[in-house]
Ligand binder design. Structure first.
Ligand code: MCA
Ligand code: AMP
Length: 510
């Protein structure tokens, strides 16, 4: 029989022989590799018993817990499509995803069951389950008596494994369709490239509804058969407690800024660490340098996207080169990266252009958006990332890529992407607002902070705090502007386009 391309089968091939070893350690309890197999098996049996059509989506908006990871693995094992949702999303945001993705199952926190059930009714989502942070809920009740032994479904490499929604410049989120091959090829490359081994201990503090925490971090440890210390979120006290027994940590730059902000974070705390990885947003050189000085460790910065998983990485092996601040390193093995001009023609090293990519890790398209998908790929199959970058540059070898900006109007705050258009549409609909512009300004903690510049309607006086409270009704809190400024007119160029660069300059200091 041919090998099974199912992502779970690929990951499970890396589980240790001794399944009684601890796979996941939390402050409350430990889970062995046997537990992972049995719980993902029970949940997969239960999902299969629902007799869902092939490719059915399982939407999940739950707090991070080991059982939530089991649910992810179970969905993949059962040949269904996992659709994770940020826990910060509000009802109106979730409604869009349910309407667009038409999942067969939604799993939510029990405290949200009321509004989620109502939404499920409205959007014809047939199955609703709950899963709470402590691992309890109707999902686990339903699976408790199901068979733990589950034959992982045979999947083809191009079968869908997950849909990750990423916001768009138009304000409408797009579902990036990721296949078993996209995910497993990237996991296998990173396993080798970052030197994973069964002796590693991963300090896992990232959320598990995005690529970084769900795929890059979890797959790394699972495929290596390495233990994870599993914390529900970034908590500096807990991080300081578990770092001495850990060897690998991943985080967005805010994680490193916050660790450095604590004087208890010392070289001694990192005594067993071999690798700190940063990504999802630009790591400032000052953070990179201060980290090196404090701990003796050089943070490895890498670059990726929801549509592509990981693309480039600074070297792990010193024989391949130094880790350079301000760069995202070299294309990963098997991944092609080029920097092009407006005519999609490659530009020489040292020249800034648009970053385009190709490889087995690159997604096949946006869910039910063939037009958008066509626009984002060149005729010869390169995906347009929307990032601006260059190979080489001053003092940097030509093999290293640096990301210097974005052609897409995007703010990255603490590793979460915020598309200004989405926020502007909601602000403009508030009473008394004529128009608005949303910008990102430098922030010491989040890297960038979301700020709104609002033009009130003639003669109206608006209250920033009241507006923020109103916005929190329909937008995830991380998208709500940290500050709102009022202005009589937005600066525009001769084409009538709002000059956000002028606003960024004007409001950069609060
Ligand atoms: C929370 N808040 C935020 C953010 N997070 N505001 C802006 N940006 C954020 N990222 C809000 C909270 O709702 C709260 O507002 C207020 O800010 C203060 O919250 P705080 O307690 O400081 O937040 P926290 O709970 O400590 O969370 C901050 C965090 C978290 C730890 C940095 O945002 C985080 O874990 N970020 C990681 C995101 C991530 O995994 N990104 C990967 C995407 P209020 O009081 O009003 O509620 S994958 C990706 O990008 C690609 C593919 C890649 O390359 O990896
Ligand atoms: P997402 O929409 O969550 O998939 O975010 C992907 C975007 O995050 C990329 O297109 C980049 O703009 C940004 N990104 C990820 N890693 C890095 C990095 N190391 N440096 C700069 N930007 C990054």
């Amino acid at each position: 029989m041919e090998g099974n391309a199912n992502l779970y089968a690929v990951l499970a091939a890396g589980f240790p022989q001794d399944r009684t070893k601890i796979a996941i350690e939390t402050p409350e309890r430990n889970y062995t590799w046997n537990d992972i197999e049995a719980w993902s098996g029970r949940l997969a049996t239960m999902l299969s018993d629902l007799r869902l059509p092939a490719g059915a989506r399982v939407a999940v908006q739950v707090q991070k817990s080991p059982m939530a990871l089991m649910l992810y693995l179970a969905t993949v094992r059962a040949g269904l499509v996992y659709l994770p949702l940020n826990t910060a999303y509000k009802e109106s945001e979730v409604e869009y995803f349910l309407t667009d993705a038409e999942p067969s199952v939604i799993v939510c926190d029990s405290q949200n069951l009321g509004w989620v059930s109502a939404l499920a009714n409205k959007t014809n989502t047939p199955h609703v389950f709950t899963l709470d942070a402590d691992g309890s809920g109707s999902l686990v009740d339903a699976a408790a008596n199901s068979h733990a032994a589950f034959q992982t479904v045979q999947s083809a490499p191009d079968d869908l494994a997950a849909i990750l929604y990423t916001s768009g410049t138009t304000g409408r989120s797009k579902g990036a369709m990721l296949s078993h091959r996209n995910l497993s090829s990237n996991a296998e490359v990173l396993n080798e490239y970052w030197g994973w081994s069964a002796d590693d201990v991963l300090l896992h503090m990232l959320p598990i509804f995005h690529v970084h925490g769900l795929f890059v971090a979890s797959h790394g440890a699972l495929l290596a058969g390495a233990k994870m210390v599993w914390l529900p979120k970034l908590d500096i006290d807990q991080a300081l407690k578990y770092l001495p027994e850990s060897t690998v940590m991943m985080g967005v730059p805010t994680y490193y800024v916050r660790l450095l902000g604590d004087p208890r974070f010392t070289r001694d705390v990192c005594r067993n660490m071999r690798l700190f990885i940063s990504g999802s947003a630009p790591l400032l050189s000052e953070t990179f340098n201060e980290f090196k000085e404090r701990t003796g460790h050089t943070i490895l910065e890498r670059y990726g996207m929801s549509e592509t998983i990981m693309l480039t990485s600074n070297p792990y092996d010193p024989a391949q080169g130094e880790r350079l601040a301000g760069t995202v390193g070299m294309p990963l093995p098997g991944v092609s990266v080029r920097v092009v001009d407006d005519a999609d023609q490659p530009v020489p090293a040292g020249t800034i252009g648009s970053v385009q990519v190709r490889g087995p890790n690159v997604f096949s398209g946006y869910w039910r958006m063939p037009e958008k998908t066509r626009e984002e790929f060149t005729a010869d199959g390169w995906f347009r990332t929307g990032d601006l970058g260059l190979f080489g540059g001053e003092g940097v070898p030509d093999t290293y890529l640096s990301i210097v900006g974005r052609s897409k109007d995007l703010i990255i705050s603490g590793g979460y992407n915020v598309y200004p258009k989405e926020i502007e549409l909601v602000i403009d609909a508030l009473p008394g607002v004529n128009e608005s512009a949303v910008i990102g300004v430098p922030d010491p903690d989040f890297g960038e902070a979301v700020v709104a510049v609002v033009v009130p309607r003639d003669g109206q006086t608006l209250d920033a705090a009241q507006m923020q409270a109103a916005l929190k009704g329909s937008l995830a809190n991380f998208k709500v502007p940290k500050r709102i400024h009022f202005i009589s007119e937005l600066p525009r160029n001769t084409m009538g386009k709002v000059q956000k660069n002028i606003l960024r300059e004007q409001y950069k200091n609060g």
